[in-house]
Design a binder for this molecule. Sequence first.
Ligand SMILES: Nc1ncnc2c1ncn2[C@@H]1O[C@H](COP(=O)(O)OP(=O)(O)OP(=O)(O)O)[C@@H](O)[C@H]1O
Length: 253
Amino acid sequence: MSLLTLRGLSVRHGDRVAVHPTDLEIGPGELVGLVGPNGAGKSSLMRGALGLARAGGESSLAALPAPARARAAAWLPQAREIAWAVTVETLVGLGRHPLRAPGAPLSGADRSAIAGAMARMDIAGFADRPATELSGGEQARVLIARALAQQAPLTLADEPAAGLDPAHQLACMGAFADLAAEGRAAVVSLHDLGLAARFCTRLVMMAGGRVVADGAPDAVLTADRLREVYGIETFLTRADGALVVQPMTLSRP
Ligand SMILES: Nc1ncnc2c1ncn2[C@@H]1O[C@H](COP(=O)(O)OP(=O)(O)OP(=O)(O)O)[C@@H](O)[C@H]1O
């Protein structure tokens, strides 16, 4: 079973090719880290897959009618600023919107999904505060909670851990790992290779608009590949059964 199938998906911004034709399949149980340098095409790939950027080729998600697409996938874009002065709880509740009949009151399932997502992102204490009056990292956690509340089969998140303190980065990645463990799937773009190595079941590395590696974190994050793709020297070790990745220096040209 596939939750997302891309066949020859390509994305251009004007004359610039952001993503060359790419095939990708995401199945239940996967937490896929999308890694690669700035400008590699990670956001463009996700936006193309969701039908938010004009794309060539095929995406199983983009092919769905809008209401079915909204139920099939939750999307957490990179921009984290909240412009609406609604309460945190109301904003998280918007994640349930695709699942509810227009004007219907919140069901028990809605309330429990909202409460669970707020607890998960440690924002229950802010429930009644206007979302605009929170710090940047707190707003980011509210938006992650909104995506979690949707309980979609697939969640795509663009740099969800950016701007979070270490504890909340771990909580955020733990929440995505749990989605995968529950038989859903998530695709998250990440610049923190340590988090990617520790939490993801699979890494897809992009560079120059192409997938250059796809596999288990140990297979993808090798010293040679990190030198080639990022131009960095990396300290790699293992702890608690997982790869630990620490970028150390820029490689010599
Ligand atoms: N709106 C746009 N107009 C023109 N070019 C764009 C636009 N958005 C992205 N690009 C270009 O497309 C390429 C891929 O960008 P994209 O945002 O997908 O990369 P990314 O891997 O998500 O980068 P980052 O890690 O910096 O967020 C880059 O060369 C970028 O300059």
